[in-house]
Design a protein around this ligand. Structure first.
Ligand code: NAD
Ligand code: ZN
Length: 258
């Protein structure tokens, strides 16, 4: 049996399967990841885009929005790929409990996963919020103002500081999302990591919680990860083509009623 068939069998037989995705699940949609050659951080210095710099000064926000003005259109123009679509179909087939994601690109939801089945550890780039009064707005509205030449968009309601609904370097992950992710990881009997270097903590602890609580751990990634030794199955391949094959097999089995 091939490794992809083994993964399909695990998914078909799992009581509660949970997916955990990173930037690698969206590279096939044209959104660069952090660590692969040619990724975003070859071109920008990540140490500059910290939470402290953003909340601390107008200049920090100006630089952040100058970057965001370039990166957000990439996210907006991207379409879900075979990996996102496969996860959404597995959920419809009752074969996937939820997807815990480090991504901020909204592509799981756009592929058809219901929002309550997507747990976002690092926020969502399509939304923004005022740090002073809490007023929410869309990133599209913010982006339109950047395009008009506004360098640092202020809150339309109170003039306060508008922050993207994404976690910046040095910012804590949202507590409710982390708690939910940990709970669902512990409840899983199958935990599938897709396209994550598992190098960004604390998010990378979540697969460890799942494994310690008894889940089978599968890692689908182009490169080795620090958790490969702990995994029950490692597939070195592209998330899109691997998951398209997996969902094809699972779909066929569910049509046969098996
Ligand atoms: P990462 O960049 O650290 O690792 C991505 C991994 O995916 C790499 O190991 C790479 O080999 C692998 N990969 C690349 N393309 C792949 C493919 N087609 N199939 C399988 N594997 C593939 O990403 P990470 O682990 O998510 O952590 C980095 C941080 O990057 C996260 O905090 C995330 O919020 C942020 N980020 C998100 C996006 C996005 O939302 N799409 C994009 C860039 C960065
Ligand atoms: Zn406000």
């Amino acid at each position: 049996m091939s490794d992809i068939d083994r993964l399909a069998a695990l998914v078909a037989e799992a009581r509660c399967a949970v997916a955990f995705t990173g930037a690698g699940v969206s590279t096939e949609s044209g959104i660069p990841d952090f660590r692969s050659p040619g990724g975003v951080w070859g071109r920008f210095d990540p140490s500059e885009f910290t939470y402290r710099n953003f909340v601390g000064s107008h200049e920090g926000r100006r630089r952040y929005w100058a970057l965001g003005r370039v990166t957000y259109p990439l996210i907006r123009a991207a379409a879900p790929n075979a990996a996102h679509l496969a996860l959404a179909e597995l959920h419809r087939l009752g074969r996937l409990d939820c997807c815990i994601t480090q991504n901020i690109d909204d592509l799981h939801q756009r592929a058809g996963l219901p929002p309550e089945a997507v747990i976002e550890l690092h926020g969502n780039a399509t939304r923004a919020r005022c740090l002073d009064c809490g007023h929410a707005c869309t990133r599209d509205e913010v982006h339109a103002r950047l395009e008009l030449g506004v360098e640092v968009p202020a809150c339309a309601a109170c003039g306060g500081v508008v922050k993207p609904h994404t976690i910046l370097f040095g910012e804590a992950m949202p507590r409710a999302a982390v708690q939910e992710a940990e709970q669902r990881a512990r409840a899983a009997d199958l935990f599938v990591v897709l396209g994550s270097s598992l190098a960004v903590y604390p998010a990378a602890y979540i697969p460890i919680h799942a494994k310690r609580a008894g889940a089978a751990l599968v890692i689908v990634n182009l490169e080795p990860t620090p958790l490969d030794r702990e995994a029950d199955l490692v597939i070195r391949g592209k998330a899109g083509s691997v998951m398209a094959q997996v969902v094809g097999t699972v779909r066929a089995r569910s049509l046969q009623g098996g």
